[in-house]
Structures are given as C-alpha cells and as structure tokens.
Design a protein around this ligand. Structure first.
Ligand code: SAH
Length: 635
C-alpha cells in the first residue's frame, strides 16, 4: 500500500528513515532538507508547500506517517478529512521516535495497524485509543476484511458503540467463514445465533445485532437496535446471453434477479459462463468494472451436470443443454481462487444442491439482447485476494533479537501459525482479530499444509520459526508443500524474513567461535537417516570445521551426542573447547564452557546448542575464540 512519510526537520528525517526503508514509505520533503536526505542516502519526493502537497495527494496514499507536532498535523489535515470510510490512515511519530500515535482513520483507514507497524520499525510504543483495541477485539468494520467480505448497509457507529460498551451483541451468521469466532478473547461481547426458546427470558437482551449473510436485509428506521450486515462473497452468477447483449442489460438482469430473492450484490463472488462467452464485450466490461472474476467452462464440462431447466434449443446451439445454471453450479463447486490444486476438472466435485436461483430470462426494451441468469452458492467464501506466505524467523527468544521487518510481518498477517512456544514468545506482537494457530511441536507438516491452505484461499499468513525459519525451520517445509501442489512460484507470494539462528546466538554469548569455517549438523534423526548424520559428523570432524550441533539430545534420543563426542575425539584434542548454550536469550539461559572430553558431564537437552571448536579454537579467560586464520597472528 502506498505510504507517505513526512517531516520538516533533519531530526525528523533521521527518525523516519527506518520507516521508509522497512515499510517502503515514500519520503516527502521540502527541498531545504535535500542535503540531509542525501547524507542518509534517502530518495524523496519534494514539495513547495506542505499544505498544498497534502491537498493534492490526500487520496493518493493509503497512509501518512508524520514526524511533526500532533497539533500541526491536526491543523494540516483538518480541512481534508471527509469520512472514516475513505480517509487515509494518519500516524504521528514524535521526534525522539518513542511513540507512534494512531491519529485518525483508525479502523478502516488502517491507522491502528500502521501505528503498530511503525512502532515495530522504530521500537516505539504504539498509542491506540480506539475502543476495539482496549477490548482486544477486531473492529466490527474490519471483521470480514481478511475473508474478502463486503460491508453492507447498517449503523456501523451504533454497533461499534454497543461493542465498546461490552454489549451483548448478537451475531447471526448463516454463511461465510467462522474462523474469526475461534480467535476472540475470552471476554468478548458476542452472542451467537438466536437463543433457544426456553432461554429467551434469561439470556440478556442484545444491544446490537450483526448479520453475516448473503441476504440483503432492510433495517427498519423505527427499530432502536443498531444493526449491521457483512456479506461473504459466496454467490456465483451463471450467465447466458445473446451475442451483443449490453453491459447495462446484464447488470440490470443480475440486480433484478438478486433483488427478487433479497440477495446482496456484495455477496457475488463472480460470474460463470460458457467459454464461447469469454470475449463477450458487455460481460467482460461488467466484470472489470465490478472486480468480479469471469470463470468460463467448456460445453463438455457443463453438459455433464444435471440442472433443473435443461434446453434442447440451447444444446443444439452451443453443445450443452444448460449454460447459466450449469456454469453457476460448476463455479460454486470448483476450487477457490486460481485452480492451483492440480487438475481443475479432476478436482471438481459438483454440488448440485448449490443452485440457489434457477435460470431466469431477462429482457429490457431499452437495451439489445437477452440475458439468462442463475445463481449458485458456494460453501467457501471467495476472498478475491492473492494469498501471501510470510516465512518469519523470530530469533532465539527475546523480542529485542527479532528484526523490525519480522515484527512488522507478524503484525501484518491475517493468520499466524507456528509451534506453540514460539507463538507464545511472539504474543506481544499480535494484534486483535488475528487468527493464531499454535500447534504442537510434532505437527510441522500439518502446520505447513495449514499455512498453504489459508494462503491459497487468499489470506496473508505468517509462519513463524525460532531462530531463522530457513535453518531447520518451517521455511523449507512450506516451500516443499507448495512444490508438491505444483506451485508456480508466484501465487501465493512468498516472502522470507531472516532471523538470528541459534548458532549465532550461542556464538554471541561465548565469544567468537565461528570466526573460521564452520558448519551446522542436526542430530535429530526424525527426518534424516542416522547413517547420513554419522557420515556428516565424521566428515566435519576430519575437515576441522567448527561445528554447531542442533537438536543434540532429547529425553528419548540420548546416544547421538555421545557418538558425536567419540567421532570428534578421534580427530581433535580432548581439551578442544566446547560451548553448551541452553535457552539463549530467554529467562532460563545457561551457558557452560567446557571441553570435548568433559562435555557429557553437563546437562544437554533439546533447548541446547553445542559448539565444538576447531583445532585452533581456544578458551581464553572464559571466552571461546577461534583465530581468524591459520597464519599464527593471534598466538
Ligand atoms: N530455526 C532454528 C533451529 C530450530 S531446530 C534456528 O535457526 O535457530 C531446534 C534446535 O535449535 C534446538 O534443539 C536447539 O539446538 C537450537 N535452539 C533453538 N533455539 C535455541 C535457543 N534459544 N537456545 C539454544 N538453542 C536453541
């Protein structure tokens, strides 16, 4: 999303530099700061008058990050504010970079999220004053955003106020993903569904109501219960039409048919038709204007489907007895988003019951052509979004050892998936409304598959690993899972955020043991045959690599570390220094500097990384040093 970073002082410039570098915000400055920007090697866009610049560019950016006095920002933006549905996010950072204030455009404008991202970048404190944030709830006006739902009519301010007052707020969801319900804080204000008849008198009366449904409800002006409606995109509109049917006629036909059944236009996922119609101008135009995908099927695909209203005339003309009904059913049954799960046809399990409106033929005196419309309802919401996988390394444990980019990635994701311990360590980076799936340590493959499934559906998914995600982490498993599904390398997109791996953390606590050639070997034989691990240990010992041993020992797996010690004793002196680094950068951290000979007399477990020095490594005054070269300078 395009972001602008604005300041009028050299100090502000230094403060915003990391925001430009990490979040990709465009720096906007007066020419008078050109030399300061050049000194920081920052490119920028220049303006003469900040007030005019803001007026001209107010709608061009999704967010503005100011490093200016709050009062000045308020005065600058006051004349530009219109309404919260369209205003951009505005965040203000103080010159010391201690606070990032979500000033306005909090929910829909995304300022709360932006303030959090800026805070992660600058190690600042986010200042968020919206009620949803205090309640650790997603804003009601943001609830369906990850799933691509469309906001319908309603009293959004009234319902938000009822939530802020702790409700209760009744939620009636008859369609769409229920995933959001599983990730609410324990003290949420929602009541799901209507109470059982016998409970009617005891259940507290709701103060607001949220509908989640493809149905378009008309809310009575007379009612004093505030209500809103979200429309999950589930409806596939099958269209058949005469060649040259006007775009207006097709649009009108769809509107008419949906309106008669009280269905919302917002609930439309897309249009389905016959491949012959892929270039039908009115249809293509309409889909582009409305942001609807146009899914086309061959007559062979369509004619196998049983439909309520087949037609012989149609069959003779195009080779299938049904276009609108069959195409609607086919689209509602097919895999979501781009059909990347292998062969489309083979995967299609047609849902005959999905047809919600049988075909209707619509003409209009003002427009040429005739349009046939049928509507089917899919089981899963069409997000209309391109999924993203963010493979994130969270470092050894404490939050100050995680990169700002990794923090921002975790905060930005719709869903966060990882091993429970690491998700817990990263908990303070999470934001309300995120889907957080913490799985036990053994289920790595399931975690990867789950992440890929959510990303295929269109969500932005952060998969977190401790240390670096590409070193015995989830990164490789996710890429392997994508490969197994025939991934094209592009969708879902993949971005990798490196982290400090255990071998670097361990080194930093004991000196400079990795100053010469080194390697890492995992002693876990869960995913690697033990013979291969043995061969690698022998080769590394012979080649005089400094070695970091990951997964050295578990409760049931104790022989491997003893074997490793024996191999190294054959090639190195018994006095070779060895570091045992346990729970690095966590509260329980324990570091032991010992020797190859003695190493097994100290506790070693799954939270330990073992570093074995090479032939020239030495323990000097309690510091483990590997000389930079073999030329003897350091001796
Ligand atoms: N991706 C991780 C490694 C995961 S394999 C990384 O890059 O660091 C798990 C092994 O990593 C553990 O058995 C232990 O050997 C090591 N490890 C991970 N975190 C550690 C920590 N905080 N302290 C010491 N060792 C750690």
């Amino acid at each position: 999303m395009p972001l602008a970073a604005i300041t009028t002082t050299a100090i502000g410039l230094r403060c915003l530099a990391p925001v430009c570098q990490t979040l990709g915000a465009e720096l906007c400055l007066a020419e008078s700061l050109a030399a300061d920007a050049a000194a920081l090697t920052l490119s920028y866009r220049s303006y003469d008058s900040l007030r005019d610049f803001l007026t001209e560019n107010w709608q061009r950016y999704d967010g503005f990050i100011f490093c200016l006095a709050t009062g000045a920002v308020v005065r600058l933006i006051a004349p530009l504010l219109q309404d919260k549905a369209t205003d951009p996010a505005v965040v203000v950072v103080d010159e010391t970079g201690e606070y990032a204030i979500s000033l306005c455009g909090g929910h829909q404008g995304g300022a709360d999220r932006l303030a959090q991202q800026v805070s992660h970048c600058l190690n600042a404190q986010p200042v968020i004053t919206g009620a949803a944030s205090r309640l650790a709830l997603p804003g009601i006006d943001l609830l369906g955003q990850p799933f691509g739902w469309v906001k319908g009519t309603g009293d959004w301010t009234g319902v938000s106020a009822a939530i802020a007052a702790s409700g209760p707020v009744q939620v009636i969801q008859d369609a769409g993903s229920e995933l959001w319900q599983d990730h609410l804080p324990a003290s949420h204000p929602f009541q799901f569904g209507f109470p059982e008849f016998e409970d009617r008198d005891t259940v507290p009366k709701p103060q607001a109501r949220v509908w989640i449904s493809p149905i378009q409800r008309q809310f009575s002006e007379a009612s004093d219960l505030p209500k809103v409606q979200w429309h999950p995109r589930l409806l596939w509109v099958g269209i058949g039409c005469e060649r040259g049917s006007a775009r207006q006629l097709i649009e009108l036909a769809i509107e008419q048919v949906l309106q008669r059944q009280h269905l919302a236009m917002g609930a439309i996922s897309g249009i389905a038709t016959l491949d012959l119609k892929a270039d039908e101008a009115g249809l293509v135009d309409l889909c582009q204007a409305r942001g609807w995908p146009l899914r086309c099927f061959t007559p062979e695909q369509l004619k196998t489907l049983s439909v309520p209203n087949p037609s012989e005339v149609v069959e003779q003309a195009v080779g299938t007895p049904s276009v609108a009904e069959a195409a609607a059913i086919a689209a509602a049954s097919g895999p979501l988003n781009p059909p990347i799960l292998g062969d489309f046809e083979a995967d299609l399990v047609y849902l005959r019951d999905s047809l919600r409106i049988p075909k209707q033929i619509i003409r209009h005196p003002d427009y040429p052509g005739a349009v046939t419309v049928a509507v089917a309802q899919a089981e899963q919401d069409y997000t209309g979004r391109r999924g993203e996988l963010l493979l994130v390394g969270t470092g050894p444990g404490s939050l100050d050892q995680i990169t700002p980019a990794a923090k921002a990635a975790i905060n930005r994701a719709d869903a966060v998936i990882g091993y429970r311990l690491y998700v817990d360590l990263a908990r303070s980076l999470l934001r309300p409304g995120q889907i957080v799936e913490a799985l036990p340590i053994t289920q790595e493959r399931q975690r990867a598959e789950r992440a890929v499934a959510l990303a295929n559906w269109g969500l932005t998914v952060a998969v977190i690993s401790s240390g670096d995600c590409g070193i015995y982490g989830m990164g490789g498993l996710v890429l392997e899972t994508l490969k197994a599904q025939g991934w094209d390398g592009k969708v879902p997109t993949v971005q990798i955020f490196p982290g400090i791996s255990a071998l670097q953390s361990a080194a930093s606590r004991v000196g400079a043991p990795l100053m010469h050639d080194f390697c890492a070997i995992s002693l876990s034989d869960l995913l690697t045959p033990w013979e291969i691990i043995q061969q690698r240990l022998t080769a590394a010992a012979q080649a005089d690599f400094v070695v970091a041993l990951y997964n050295p020992k578990s409760k049931t797996r104790t022989a491997q570390i003893a074997f490793a010690q024996q191999v190294f004793l054959q090639h190195r002196q018994p006095q070779t220094p060895v570091a045992l680094a346990k729970s690095l950068y966590r509260e329980e951290e324990e570091i032991v500097l010992t020797t190859l000979q003695e190493m097994l007399s100290h506790p070693i477990d799954m939270l330990t990384t073992v570093i074995i020095g090479n032939r020239s490594s030495l323990n000097y005054a309690g510091w483990l040093i590997t000389p930079r070269g073999y030329l003897g300078f350091s001796s």
